[in-house]
Write a protein that binds this ligand. Structure first.
Ligand SMILES: NC(=O)c1ccc[n+]([C@@H]2O[C@H](COP(=O)([O-])OP(=O)(O)OC[C@H]3O[C@@H](n4cnc5c(N)ncnc54)[C@H](OP(=O)(O)O)[C@@H]3O)[C@@H](O)[C@H]2O)c1
Length: 290
């Protein structure tokens, strides 16, 4: 029987330890870490996500300040706001919700966020640092997977890890994190994507299989190795139900451990954003003291 990895329990433990860390920070420095969330327009998925971030902030006592700008905001106005937030000593971290309206260049905006406040790790400087093995911040979703692996004692060293998906927010940084010369990393990797022919040939070789594709239940029982650890990052809505990229019911009896959807990686992700915000706040204190 596979171990079902309980992401909600891990999130609860992380929540408790992070709340204590924030309390210590406040005791030492007086102020509270503050996350600025910038949103342009009213994309419903973004509105929902921002609400979730605000709730998470309350749980761990990190202040979340929302900047909701109208759809017609110009790129220059948005860049001016980011510049002000970069300079504001009370703001520890900044995230800019995507999608942005089509008249705004997303890359330009993401590059404008100071690398020291880039808690989503979208600034190319931070991605570059991660690629060089000297990360400032880790992108939240792969960071959540890494944290889950540590807490569940899932070691990849000496094993074959297969990642399906190479997006800039999940698959690619996941690979970079697991390539680090760090405990719970040092992975030997294969990365698959939409142009991989015979996906099953590769996924069947994964002692650890991490899937971030966005296609409901694309990974079937005959595509996983017996006894593998399967981590499903996918979140897809099918007929009003949330399902992963892995056929959970089909796969669970064949593997040694698996994350469910919902209740696996998802609950941990926003906590990593808060963890990054606290880290940014600590760094800001050090810089201000110099
Ligand atoms: N749990 C969380 O907190 C969390 C956070 C973020 C995302 N997610 C979920 O994770 C999933 C992936 O998100 P994403 O942002 O990485 O998606 P994305 O940007 O659409 O990237 C999907 C990746 O899957 C690859 N792919 C597509 N079809 C494939 C196929 N048939 N076979 C193999 N690979 C294929 C794509 O290949 P190409 O590069 O060749 O196009 C791409 O690299 C989604 O379900 C998303 O909702 C969950």
């Amino acid at each position: 029987m596979a171990k079902i990895i309980d992401g909600r329990k891990i999130a609860q433990e992380l929540n408790e330890s992070l709340s204590l860390e924030v309390e210590n920070f406040r005791g030492k420095n007086g102020g509270t870490p503050k996350l600025a969330v910038v949103m342009v327009g009213e994309d419903p998925a973004s509105l929902f996500y921002v609400k979730m971030i605000s709730q998470m902030g309350k749980k761990v006592s990190i202040e979340v300040e929302k900047y909701s700008l109208p759809e017609e905001t110009s790129e220059r106005e948005l860049l001016e706001l980011i510049d002000n937030l970069n300079r504001d000593r009370k703001i520890s971290g900044i995230i800019v919700q995507v999608p942005l309206p089509p008249h705004i260049n997303q890359e330009k905006v993401q590059e404008a966020v100071s690398p020291f406040k880039d808690v989503d790790c979208f600034n190319p400087i931070n991605m570059g640092r991660l690629a060089l093995g000297k990360p400032e911040f880790l992108p939240c979703t792969p960071y959540a997977v890494y944290e889950l692996m540590k807490r569940e004692d899932i070691k990849v060293e000496g094993k074959h890890t297969v990642i399906v998906g190479r997006s800039n927010i999940v698959g690619k940084p996941m690979a970079l994190i697991l390539l680090q010369k760090e405990p719970y990393a040092n992975a030997t990797l294969t990365i698959c994507h939409s142009r991989t022919s015979n996906l099953a040939y590769y996924t069947c070789q994964g002692d650890v299989l991490i899937v971030a594709v966005g296609i409901p239940e694309i990974i079937k029982k005959d595509m996983v190795k017996e006894g593998a650890v399967v981590i499903d990052v996918g979140t897809n809505e099918v007929e009003g139900k949330l399902v992963g990229d892995v056929d959970y019911e089909g796969v669970r009896d064949k593997v040694s451990a698996i994350t469910p959807v919902p209740g696996g990686v998802g609950p941990i992700t926003n906590l990593m954003l808060m963890k990054n915000t606290l880290k940014a706040a600590e760094k800001l204190v050090m810089v201000n003291e110099q």
